[in-house]
Structure formats: C-alpha cells, structure tokens
Write a new protein. Structure first.
Length: 88
C-alpha cells in the first residue's frame, strides 16, 4: 500500500518537474548565455585541442601495437613455413 502511494506521488512530482524543466529550461539557457564569459570559447577550444591530441596519441600507440603484432604474426608464419619445408 505504501509503495503504491509513493509511486503515485513520484509520478505526480515527475510530471511537475518535467513541465517546469520545459518552461524554465529555456529561461535558464538564455540566462546562462547572457552570463557566459566571451573568453570561455578560447578555453573550450584549448581543451578540445588537448583532447584531440590525446586521441591522436592513443591512435598512434594503437597503430604501433598493431604493426608489431602483425610483424610477429608474419614471423611466426615464416617460421612455420621454413619448418615445414625442412621436414619435407
């Protein structure tokens, strides 16, 4: 019984919060835009540049690992081939 009452109350509050978010979300966004520092754009650009650089480094490291892995596979295949040729 208590759980049903709690669920009803939560559903009502959820509806109210959704309505308020829709109504005041636009007001909040507009106010945040007014208060935003023009230099924030430069800070965000620098952070994005650093993020992209980290991703590039990860990709380079991954491609190096893949190249090493491929060369190992080729060496193993070559060893198997030469071992097979020696047996025959």
């Amino acid at each position: 019984m208590q759980a049903e009452i709690n669920q009803d109350v939560v559903e009502i509050l959820d509806g109210i919060e959704s309505h308020d978010m829709f109504r005041f979300g636009k007001v909040r966004s507009a106010r945040e835009k007014e208060l935003r520092d023009p230099d924030d754009v430069f800070i965000q650009a620098e952070e994005r540049r650093q993020e992209l650089e980290r991703k590039r480094k990860k990709r380079r490291a991954r491609s190096k690992k893949d190249a090493i892995r491929q060369s190992r596979v080729k060496r193993r295949a070559l060893k198997r081939k030469t071992a097979t040729e020696k047996i025959q």
